[in-house]
Write a protein that binds this ligand. Structure first.
Ligand SMILES: [Zn+2]
Ligand SMILES: [Zn+2]
Length: 273
């Protein structure tokens, strides 16, 4: 599949699969492969980590069709410049996030193409239909993504202080949900963070708590839902088991048997959608 914003659906062939290269406060990057299209979602790891993570999944950076960015925080974009220096490919994000990257030097000129995404309006990126939807986070124009891949909707939602109505709409009927489950409020409250940082994390524009993530599942659960990935799990204010337990309880309440797994700094294997 040729790169860019061509208005044709992706070609038939391989099915859809998703994996995380890394997730957490020290770096976030995911990949969605569908047919000949490979989308990188966030580029928040160093180039060596990205290269190694892609290699682990049987991929190379040159296969990336386009990059989607959720917001400009370093744990989501710190590897972008190094990647673009080696592989010119389109970068799709909101105008505000692109603007936010300006501080990171000459980044803007290095992308082969910038695709401006407007929240709520579907766009074609690398041959797939991509919907950016607003999240609630202390960044300029943060979004999550719903991607319509071959026979499967994939929703990626991280770094959000609460589940926005747009987020709840975007998770409906998805086959795979990659969802922030950042902290346990009790551990955050009792933990070592300074008071202001605790308030930021727990705020309406901070990060999603386990129970909030579990509540999102009510909107996501459908016959199509096959897997839920718990993302951005705090090493200090949470534990992977707590996140999975909360999400599994949400799934069980909805009588859904989707697989649920926690993803940390080492990423995940491929998950078929
Ligand atoms: Zn952030
Ligand atoms: Zn983050």
């Amino acid at each position: 599949m040729k790169l860019g914003t061509q208005m044709t659906p992706e070609s038939p062939g391989r099915g859809t699969r998703f994996a995380m290269i890394a997730s957490g406060s020290d770096g976030n990057a995911g990949v969605l492969q569908s047919g000949e299209t490979l989308l990188l979602i966030d580029a928040g790891v160093s180039y060596p980590r990205l290269f190694a993570g892609l290699a682990r999944l049987g991929l190379t950076p040159q296969q990336i069709s386009a990059i989607l960015l959720t917001h400009e925080h370093g744990d989501h974009v710190c590897g972008l410049a190094a990647l673009l220096r080696r592989h010119h490919c389109p970068v799709a994000t909101t105008k505000e996030t692109r603007h936010g990257l300006g501080r990171r030097g000459e980044l803007r000129s290095k992308a082969a193409e910038w695709i401006e995404l407007r929240p709520g309006q579907p766009s074609w990126v690398g041959g797939l239909e991509v919907l950016a939807f607003r999240t609630a986070h202390d960044a300029r124009g943060p979004v999550g993504y719903r991607i319509e891949a071959k026979d499967a909707g994939v929703t990626y939602a991280t770094d959000t202080g609460h589940a926005t109505p747009e987020l709840l709409e975007a998770v409906a009927g998805c086959a795979l949900l990659a969802l922030e489950s950042n902290h346990c409020p009790d551990l955050l409250r009792r933990g070592p963070y300074p008071r202001r940082l605790k308030e930021r994390v727990a705020s309406d524009r901070g990060h999603l708590a386990n129970q909030q993530a579990a509540e999102v599942l009510g909107a996501a659960v459908s016959a199509q839902l096959r897997a839920v990935l718990a993302l951005h799990i705090s090493k200090i204010n949470n534990h992977p088991d707590l996140a999975v337990r909360a999400l599994s309880t949400g799934l069980a309440a909805a009588q859904n048997e989707a697989r649920c797994l926690a993803v940390g700094r080492r990423g995940s294997d491929w998950i078929d959608c």
